[in-house]
Design a binder for this molecule. Structure first.
Ligand SMILES: *Cc1c(COP(=O)(O)O)cnc(C)c1O
Length: 405
């Protein structure tokens, strides 16, 4: 039997906070996947239609990606053995970076262990305490953490409010520090698209560095999933593009694209790059195969958007609040079903699961108080039949619980 630490007083204050979550009804248990990440799969022993993963293009178990990973293990082993700057840069790491740079139409790229470390490592490396970060209020936590680590002055503009962002830039234009203007390409909780083109105009007008976090846009928006910069025809106007390898690409990792010197600087100064071991070769090989697929199987992205349009329209027809009134309306495969109350949202999520749908409830602090929701995400691999079945369960369960009348 494991030694018990739970009677010790040191961490009792954490137990008290857990108890509080339980009282509020927002405490959760992790759902455990028994098989493969797929449109229909088994969590906690139950078959469910999966509306919760970021596996947009079904690449998590694509046969060509599996093969690439297995071959890389045969050829190069299972670990890289060191951080990139000491002894852990393998040929395959360079190959992936060159491939992403070509795909994104930029000079250079650096891959990090995750999208989180890509954002946090980059923002904290390029800014110091004399500098300013001008950031959308709904930007991802990894941007916020990077900003805090940099000790730069953080100025937050209202969600997608370009005029507010301009007001802030104007206020600080005579300050000596560098200014970083930053937005998510696609916002992860509401599924709306950041005004990348208009912010790029502002960045040029005020001499700010322009940065976009395209975690949810990579593989989803733009030609062959090239992201929001491609979607808005903003090539050459965004200094720093971040993407993830953990969502549509189906594996794990993050990357930063930009000029040769930006990437060289990050090689020298980004702390996750310097102090945390590089990807095992299998992960890197998986990602290389995934970028090949984006080029060779664009029909996956078409199917993703087909499913997205269908599912959104049907959710609306059922009468769900999917945003748009006082909240931004989703324009991407992420569609929130806004419930409002945290406890009711978690109850709804559990009832959906029992009825055969995995729709994860998201409450405060991940989204604002009173804006709790079930966040649904489409993939290219959901069949119409699965979607119709999920919609039926959503409608029935919501009526039983008085969410829909
Ligand atoms: C998921 C996400 C990240 C983090 O990416 P990981 O590769 O999962 O670490 C960063 N930014 C945004 C907007 C995200 O949605």
């Amino acid at each position: 039997m494991a030694t018990s630490l739970s009677q010790r007083p040191q961490l009792q204050y954490l137990t008290a906070q857990i108890d509080e979550l339980k009282q509020k009804g927002t405490h959760f248990r992790l759902r455990i996947l028994d098989d493969v990440q797929a449109p229909v799969c088994t969590y906690d022993g139950k078959r469910v239609i999966n509306l919760a993963s970021n596996n947009y293009l079904g690449l998590c178990d694509h046969p060509r990606l599996r093969e690439a990973a297995i071959q890389a293990i045969r050829d190069f082993g299972v670990g890289s053995g060191a951080v990139r700057t000491i002894a852990g840069t393998m040929k395959i790491h360079m190959e992936l970076e060159e491939k992403i740079a070509r795909f994104k139409n930029v000079e250079a790229c650096v891959v990090f262990q995750s999208g989180f470390t890509a954002n946090a490592g980059t923002v904290s490396a390029i800014l110091g305490k004399e500098d300013f970060i001008v950031s959308d209020e709904l930007n991802h936590a990894s941007i916020i953490d990077g900003a805090r680590l940099s000790r730069a002055k953080i100025k937050v503009f209202r969600h997608k409010d370009v005029a507010h962002a301009e007001g802030i830039l104007r206020e600080i234009q005579n300050e000596p520090g560098h200014k970083l203007l930053i937005t998510d390409g696609v916002f992860s909780m509401d599924g709306d698209i950041g005004p990348v083109d208009k912010l790029a105009d502002l960045a040029e007008k005020y001499g700010a560095i322009m940065m976009v976090d395209d975690a949810h846009a990579s593989g989803v928006l733009g030609r062959n999933g090239r992201g929001s910069i491609d979607h808005f025809h903003c090539h050459g106007r965004v200094d720093i593009q971040v993407g993830t390898l953990s969502k549509a690409i189906g594996a794990i990792g993050g990357y930063v694209c930009g000029s040769k010197d930006l990437i060289d600087f990050l090689y020298h100064r980004a702390r996750p790059f310097l102090f945390s071991t590089s990807h095992p070769p299998s992960v890197t090989a998986t990602c290389i195969a995934a970028f090949d697929l984006l080029e060779s199987e664009p029909e996956r992205i078409e199917r993703l958007w087909d499913n997205t349009r269908y599912f959104k329209a049907e959710l609306g027809r059922l009468g769900f609040n999917i945003g748009g009134v006082n909240t931004p309306a989703s324009e991407t495969p992420i569609t929130p079903i806004i419930i409002g109350d945290g406890r009711q949202t978690m109850d709804f999520s559990r009832a959906l699961f029992d009825a055969g749908v995995l729709g994860t409830g998201i409450a405060f602090p991940t989204v604002p108080e009173g804006k709790a929701r079930i966040r649904t995400i489409m993939t290219s691999e959901h069949t119409r039949e699965q979607l119709n079945q999920a919609l039926e369960i959503l409608g029935k369960t919501a009526k039983t619980m008085g969410i829909l009348t």
